[in-house]
Design a protein around this ligand. Structure first.
Ligand code: FES
Length: 160
């Protein structure tokens, strides 16, 4: 499999950062996911080969980290935490609200490919619960109204 020049450069830089090759696996998977949207079987096989790991090793790592995915996501991937701190402050209601607002369920993508939704465990923002993550951006102390505003704003900006 042929990766883009930019991705090859990132891989090259990563390889120089770590004394143990395997340590570059997670960042390498994230870079590939950022470029392709998800980690296909072909990408997993190619990264396994480059890292001198088995496909099973790489798949095991992917299954451990919830931010790594093997299915396509929307351009904006909403991860809504419903773990204890967020749940006590309305995280589960926020997740239900997002499902209704977007018309999709957990792990699904909107028909236009703009949004995907995922219920997640703690994302490390408990002090600002309920918290969500949209791609790499965190949003804190959300209410259903603020979530609506956020989704509407993403839709507005994406149409331009
Ligand atoms: S419980 Fe939601 S961020 Fe920690």
């Amino acid at each position: 499999m042929q990766f883009s020049t930019q991705l090859e450069e990132k891989f090259h830089r990563l390889a120089q950062h770590y004394p143990v090759k395997r340590s570059a696996l997670v960042p390498m998977l994230l870079f590939a996911q950022d470029e392709y949207g998800f980690l296909s079987k072909e990408i997993i096989a190619e990264i396994s080969r480059r890292m001198d790991l088995t496909v099973l090793d790489v798949e095991g790592t992917i299954s451990y980290y919830s931010m790594l995915r093997t299915k396509p996501a929307g351009r904006f991937h909403l991860q809504i935490c419903t773990n204890i701190s967020c749940m006590l402050r309305g995280g589960d209601k926020l997740f239900d609200h997002a499902k209704t607002k977007l018309g999709i369920g957990n792990g699904e993508v909107t028909p236009d490919g703009l949004f995907s939704l995922e219920e997640v465990e703690c994302i490390g923002a408990c002090a600002w619960a309920p918290a969500i993550q949209v791609n790499y951006d965190f949003h804190h102390e959300l209410t259903p109204e603020r979530l609506d505003q956020l989704i509407d704003e993403i839709q507005r900006v994406s149409r331009v």
